[in-house]
Design a protein around this ligand. Structure first.
Ligand code: C2O
Length: 347
């Protein structure tokens, strides 16, 4: 059977927090109504298409608008499910043991390290983006992606590093500010590469994770995780690298648990999280496009019917299934078309 999020009233204390974390609850604010099932826009062609831009090349108008949207989200009180604080704790709730899968009170629900990784984060970004758009009255608003898989995008996008911006987070690694290039398989040690070598290395890492290690859907998405299974059945190659290393590279090594980006409970507090995950989500789409015949979504009903709960922009509690988010056209968003230089970087 598929994993399902239980009634939010059963959300409890996060029992998988690092000992240093000073957090009592990650649960969403209660809802007076029971969840409604997600429905995509009925008339897709009349609903606006949102194009997510590459963060490093976004123009000043876009950056100003994005700043306005995040500032509005941060200005909402924490008990508003649309607030930045509530959005950030969604990640903690689903990753640090606040929920048990519906029907299995003895187990923790964990959306990482399994085939739920890609679809859970797609849903998370989808509602985050709709909330931002509604806060600025712009239904075409799209979040940016951190294009770390191409040389021009390999440093932290500048819009996030302006200390006066709501996109800034002081809990980051102070040595990893631009123009420092990211190491996509960073393990806590600084590599001794020139910039050219680092770019080359990163492109090979991308080729390895997206092509060599991801020839089939079951390899790409990660291990099955069904109702009643222990969590952490096994990540897919992209969840493993570069997803994990990018988190660690961003977080502050001086913080006890690598906060913010370097720990599940705190990662969503850094606005950069959503740009990192937009590129992870883009990788799902890119992977499908590399070989449309063989690179397909999974067809196992336990994957397709797995479901999560999110608040939308109303805010209304919505139950959304994996099968609802496989088609980006139906969700009315896409990614700016940018080159994928790593497809020819065979290691
Ligand atoms: Cu839910 Cu990048 O982790």
């Amino acid at each position: 059977d598929p994993v399902a999020t239980p009634d939010i009233s059963s959300c409890g204390p996060p029992d998988q927090l690092p000992p240093s974390a000073n957090v009592l609850t990650c649960c969403p604010p209660p809802s007076s109504a029971s969840p409604v099932d997600f429905a995509p826009p009925a008339d897709a062609s009349s609903s606006p298409l949102r194009t997510r831009p590459a963060a490093h090349s976004a123009g000043a108008d876009y950056v100003a608008k994005f700043n306005r949207a995040i500032a509005a989200m941060k200005a909402l009180p924490a008990d508003d499910p649309r607030s930045f604080a509530a959005q950030a704790s969604v990640h903690c709730a689903y990753c640090d043991g606040s929920y048990s899968p519906d029907g299995f009170p003895g187990l923790d629900l964990q959306v990482h390290n399994s085939w739920l990784f890609m679809p859970f984060h797609r849903c998370y970004l989808y509602f985050f983006e709709r909330i931002l758009g509604s806060l600025i009255g712009d239904p075409t608003f799209a979040i940016p992606f951190w294009n770390w898989d191409a040389s021009d995008g390999m440093s932290m996008p500048a819009m996030y590093t302006d200390q006066s911006s709501p996109l800034f987070d002081p809990r980051r690694n102070g040595r990893h500010v631009p123009p420092k290039l990211i190491d996509l398989d960073y393990n806590g040690r600084e590599p001794r590469f020139t910039d050219n070598q680092q770019v080359d290395h990163n492109l090979r890492v991308m080729y390895r994770q997206m092509i060599s290690l991801s020839p089939t859907p079951s390899l790409f998405f990660g291990s099955p995780y069904r109702a009643g299974d222990d969590p952490n059945q096994g990540p897919g190659p992209v969840e493993n690298i570069p997803h994990g290393p990018v988190h660690i590279w961003c977080g502050d090594p001086e913080q006890p648990a690598g906060e913010d980006m370097g720990n599940f409970y705190s990662a969503g507090r850094d606005p950069l999280f959503y740009a990192h995950h937009a590129n992870i989500d883009r990788m799902w789409a890119v992977w499908k496009g590399l070989d449309p015949r063989r690179h397909t979504d999974l067809t196992d009903p336990d994957w397709l019917d797995a479901s999560f709960l999110f608040y939308d922009e109303d805010p209304k509690l919505v139950r959304i299934r994996v099968r609802d988010v496989l088609d980006m056209d139906r969700l009315r968003y896409r990614y700016q078309d940018v080159p994928t230089p790593w497809t020819s970087a065979r290691p």
